[in-house]
Write a protein that binds this ligand. Structure first.
Ligand code: ADP
Length: 321
């Protein structure tokens, strides 16, 4: 059985990462493993910035957003030199397996380390939900709920002034957050990268149609992959006569205390990762499909496509008019 493992968080932080770290550390310690907490993602691995964690190192973090191990992006890690520094650190510390919590960029790093003899198990931690093999990624639920709460507030003021709120939400190249929050907020139009749009048809005409049934305030949700909300607001105001305001929600969407769902899934995934590593099984991605926790080969996982549910999109359009 593997005796020493490390855990790191990499790429964009997501609420629930701490709950995953907690599960990894507790499960590892219970198996008698030495568990290193590696700081700032792959940087900490290259620079040997880590500390030994124990059962109490992860007390009182299940409820906290962000990541106590900090996160980073590192271009040096992608070079041969960076990779060999990371492997050198693992050898020196006796690290026989790694848990990498992050998005698909971090998975590529985990795949490369696995290929070079350090078994890695990756856990999907990203608010974007953009990992092909997973129905669900840690942080998505919290972020979706934060967006809903923020848009509810924006809606109050839009309603008071008969305005149109054009809100940009995160999601990187994927429209999951835009679609789900758009449905949850009853947005008149939702623009996401997976569905080609025509601004006149999908925004202006829809607004005009709802104006005929006496609707006077509006919410339009726009995915960051599309952007341009300031321009859109100007166009809406010019073409519909409705005063329009643009809001870019930004990093409020990444922070905050994780929801129950994120804490529970993170705990399950962290535990599952350690059960794989203890047998020396690496190059795997832990995933959730149909509410079950399973795992995939990282190569296979990286080749799987994301697909937003187009039936959900169609439904949203029909009921938000
Ligand atoms: P995320 O994990 O959220 O998708 P990034 O795409 O920024 O975030 O990736 C996080 C880190 O993973 C990068 O800074 C880099 O160190 C590492 N990484 C990304 N892509 C690769 C790759 N192709 N090969 C090796 N490491 C990579």
């Amino acid at each position: 059985m593997i005796k020493t493992i490390g855990v790191l968080t990499s790429g964009g932080d997501a609420p629930g990462m701490n709950a995953a770290i907690r599960a990894v550390v507790r499960a590892g310690c219970e198996l008698g493993m030495k568990v290193y907490g590696i700081r700032r993602g792959y940087n900490g691995l290259m620079e040997d910035d880590m500390y030994e964690m124990n059962l109490r190192s992860v007390s009182d973090i299940i409820n906290r957003g962000g990541t106590i191990l900090y996160s980073a992006r590192s271009s040096r890690f992608k070079t041969e030199e960076g990779m060999s520094d990371a492997i050198e650190t693992c050898k020196r510390r006796g690290i026989e397996g790694l848990v990498v919590i992050g998005g698909d960029g971090s998975f590529r790093g985990a795949r490369d380390l696995s290929l070079r003899g350090i078994p890695c198990v990756a856990i999907p931690g990203t608010i974007d939900n953009d990992i092909g093999c997973c129905d669900y990624t840690i942080g998505y639920d919290t972020s979706m709920n934060t967006i809903m709460q923020m848009v509810d507030r924006i809606r109050d003021t839009a309603e008071s002034h008969d305005r149109c709120a054009v809100v940009e939400v995160m999601g990187r190249g994927a429209g999951y957050l835009a679609l789900s929050s758009g449905i949850a907020c009853g947005a008149t139009s939702i623009l996401l990268p997976e569905v080609p749009y025509d601004f006149d048809r999908d925004v202006i005409e829809r607004m005009k149609r709802t104006q005929k049934s006496n609707k006077v305030h509006f919410v339009i949700i726009v995915s960051e992959a599309i952007g341009g909300v300031e321009e859109m607001a100007k166009r809406i105001q010019a073409e519909t006569g409705v005063e329009a305001r643009a809001t870019i929600l930004g990093h409020v969407q990444r922070g905050g205390s994780p929801t129950a769902k994120d804490r529970i899934v993170a705990s399950q995934m962290g535990y599952h990762a350690v059960q794989l590593l203890k047998e020396g099984i690496g190059n795997r991605v832990v995933a959730m499909q149909k509410e079950k926790i399973l795992d995939f080969d990282i190569f296979e996982a990286l080749s799987m496509k994301n697909t937003v549910d187009l039936d959900m999109y169609k439904m949203a359009l029909e009921i938000s008019i």
